[in-house]
Design a protein around this ligand. Structure first.
Ligand code: BG6
Length: 483
């Protein structure tokens, strides 16, 4: 089996911020991979646009270096890199002024899909939208792509939505949450809605609780200034973990299409209860196990920004009333491990005398690394002498089940950029979704800011702060190990 590649229509893609970090790390290497996979056809062109005075060749050199740095050696070769670079051009442009715009307008070709990637600070979104419009560069079919952070609270997210809406319709705006582009995250929908097995049990009546973990080993090095103003809640929970929660909790959409999927996600976000202060644990890593402290990278040496957060939330609707969702994410933890664990309830009645080996059924969906699924089920302990129970895993690793093809799947950015060209918004956040997520997050953040809460220290390389364990223990539950 091979990964199926369906070429997209020819396009002109302009990357504002084309010399920036995201362009170098993700967007341009991702486009190269799609080019070598045959998905980006020969007529397509990528135009880097940024403030720096660069020639086309200067930009191509930069992109070559980026590919060498960020695409593994066995996935690239000099000939295809040289071919790819022929599709690149560069324009020095002033987002707030006039220089470069007419030249950009002249480069745009009729009949091509036009997409504009705003890989710049959100403060420039309005200027770019305005200039594209004023110079007649964007047409009614053009698409714009914007990155997170989409605002830092409800008011700023609304303001961004308004600025973009002045010149673009909602169906032209692609708000990226790269978690939605991950293969295993989309698999959540396939597992739920393409099998009859789980959905009948997918409700509070049968599910005791859900754990969503996104644990990282990286620190905030190099991004201290951004991160310190953001923290784990804004950086990860309001967007990535929220999206995971939505995919687990939403009702089946009537069809796998952008409106249907996003309508259902929005209903989940709106049904989230406010989170009580006692259901939140914030942490900040300190030097330990050979790793440095958060404060080494923060701008403010007395920063009280959280690099870890755990919280318990409830969804007030018929399906989920009574099933808590525990979310946690942090930097500089023991292992990189993202997973969703769904713990089922006890059977209503036991027919066995010896129940000592009994454990709950747990469905674990491993998002990264070692993508796969694991269903913990009860069987009879082998041997004579009566019926005793034990738990075993029904374990499936996608790498094993799918073979080589699993290594060949596009990464999140590659897939999402191709979806932009195809005009498919299913895996992008709609404006109302982002606003609803902020409307839920704002009071939580304001709560601890108002109280001046300090995060709890936790050791670099550990599983997070002690109180996060208590958050579960006091409900008679425990977190799964981070490993
Ligand atoms: C980004 C956050 O959106 O996601 C980072 O800003 C985080 O802080 C990253 O490290 C995690 O993404 P991934 O794909 O490595 O899980």
């Amino acid at each position: 089996m091979a990964v199926r590649v369906i070429p997209v229509e020819p396009f002109d893609l302009v990357i504002f911020g084309g010399t920036g970090d995201l362009a170098r790390r993700k967007i341009l290497p991702g486009l190269y991979r799609r080019f070598t996979a045959g998905q980006m056809t020969g007529e397509s062109r990528i135009i880097g646009a940024a403030r720096a005075e660069l020639t086309d060749d200067g930009f191509r050199d930069m992109v070559r270096e980026a590919i060498e740095e960020f695409v593994p050696a066995d996935r690239r070769d000099a000939a295809s890199v040289a071919d790819f670079l022929q599709h690149l051009a560069y324009i020095a442009i002033d987002a707030k002024g006039t220089s470069g715009w007419e030249q950009l307008g002249r480069l745009m070709r009729p009949g091509m899909v036009r997409a504009f990637y705003f890989s710049v600070a959100p403060a420039l979104f309005g200027d770019l939208a305005e200039r594209l419009h004023q110079h007649g560069i964007a047409d009614a079919q053009s698409r714009i792509v914007v990155e997170k952070p989409f605002g830092r609270d409800l008011a700023s997210a609304r303001a961004l939505n308004e600025v973009l809406a002045r010149h673009f319709r909602e169906d032209q705006i692609y708000r990226i949450d790269h978690y939605l582009g991950k293969e295993t995250v989309q698999n959540l929908m396939a597992v739920r809605f393409a099998n009859i097995l789980f959905e009948p049990l997918w409700k509070a009546e049968y599910i005791d609780h859900v754990q969503i973990t996104v644990a990282e080993t990286v620190d905030v090095e190099g991004r201290g200034a951004y991160y310190d103003k953001s923290g784990a809640m804004r950086d990860m929970v309001q967007n990535h973990l929220m999206q995971l929660l939505c995919l687990i909790a939403m009702e089946p959409p009537y069809h796998f299409d952008p409106s249907a999927v996003r309508d259902e996600k929005l209903k989940v976000i709106r049904a989230l209860d406010p989170v009580k202060p006692e259901d939140i644990v914030r942490g900040q890593y300190r030097a330990a196990n050979g790793g440095g402290s958060y404060l080494d990278h923060a701008e403010n040496p007395e920063s009280i920004t959280e690099s870890y957060i755990a919280l318990k939330c409830h969804i007030s609707n018929w399906r989920w009333k009574g099933t808590p969702f525990y979310l946690r994410t942090g930097k500089k933890l023991r292992a990189r491990s993202s997973e969703i664990a769904i713990t089922f309830r006890e059977p209503p009645h036991s027919i066995f005398d010896d129940e000592r080996g009994w454990r709950e059924n747990v469905l674990v969906i491993r998002l990264q690394p070692n993508e796969g699924m694991n269903l913990m089920v009860m069987i009879k302990e082998p041997g004579p002498g009566g019926m005793r129970l034990m738990q075993v895993p029904l374990d499936m690793s996608f790498a094993q089940a799918l073979g080589e093809v699993a290594e060949d799947v596009p990464d999140a950015y590659e897939r999402l950029i191709m979806d932009v060209i195809r005009g498919n918004q299913t895996l992008f956040m709609r404006g109302d979704e982002v606003e609803a997520a902020w409307a839920w997050a704002d009071p939580i953040i304001q709560g601890w800011e108002g109280r001046g809460d300090r995060p709890q220290p936790y050791d670099a390389g550990s599983s997070g702060p002690e109180d996060a364990l208590m958050l579960m223990h006091r409900d008679g539950r425990r977190w799964r190990d981070i490993r």
